[in-house]
Design a protein around this ligand. Sequence first.
Ligand SMILES: Nc1nc2c(ncn2[C@@H]2O[C@H](COP(=O)(O)OP(=O)(O)O)[C@@H](O)[C@H]2O)c(=O)[nH]1
Ligand SMILES: [Mg+2]
Length: 233
Amino acid sequence: MLIIPTYNEKKNIASLVTRIRTAVPEEPIFFVDDNSPDGTSDEIRRFQQHDRNIHLMTRPGKGGYGSACRDAMREILQENLAEYVIQSDADLSHPPELLPRMIEMLKTYSVVIGSRYVSGGGAENWSLPRRFLSFGANIYARLLTGVPVRDMTAGFVGYRTDVLRTISLDGIQSEGYAFLMEMKFNLHQHGTQFAEFPIIFFERESGKSKFSRKILLEGVRFPLKALGRRIIT
Ligand SMILES: Nc1nc2c(ncn2[C@@H]2O[C@H](COP(=O)(O)OP(=O)(O)O)[C@@H](O)[C@H]2O)c(=O)[nH]1
Ligand SMILES: [Mg+2]
């Protein structure tokens, strides 16, 4: 089951669903929309009419990327809806064509990461400063958290649900890139092994990024917190 959080992604839904359906015709999709003012949820409902494998969770207001993923995971675990979940963005940054590969790998590995920083991976339409920032942030995160993953801020991640049950989702509070790092850190603390395969990340062409100063600060702080926890334990 795919988990796709959305906030003001109306213009991306049609090509997103079309590309996902070409790649994986039957795979359930679980959207979490935070009452997007642009009417994203109506657009999702339009596709729901012809596709019974599209679920939509709506929340009253913008609650953050991390909590949207956590709410979806909680519901899927509680209701036993899937053997695995794959989180992916709605802005087509994560190529849906790679879903079959991710799903195949989840048969062997508990956590599978679509990685920009393994051989064959990368990012398209990124400026030089953006490349530098992301690459540097990854080295910083890897060193401080001690998690042996090349792409610590990867958001195209598949988890087998049995492994998600080993960590406490309520204990995870971060929202932006920090959420992506915190999930990997907590799983690593529980002895989870990760598998990475290369992806080319495409920067969005429609809609706006929700990146903010708050998300940046949280992303700088989390690896420091993780280092603190490693020192104490
Ligand atoms: N439900 C929900 N989704 C969000 C929120 N913030 C971001 N997203 C979604 O999370 C994904 C990644 O966000 P994006 O703005 O592309 O972040 P960036 O890739 O770091 O620029 C997209 O599908 C967004 O629509 C939020 O507060 N609530
Ligand atoms: Mg994006």
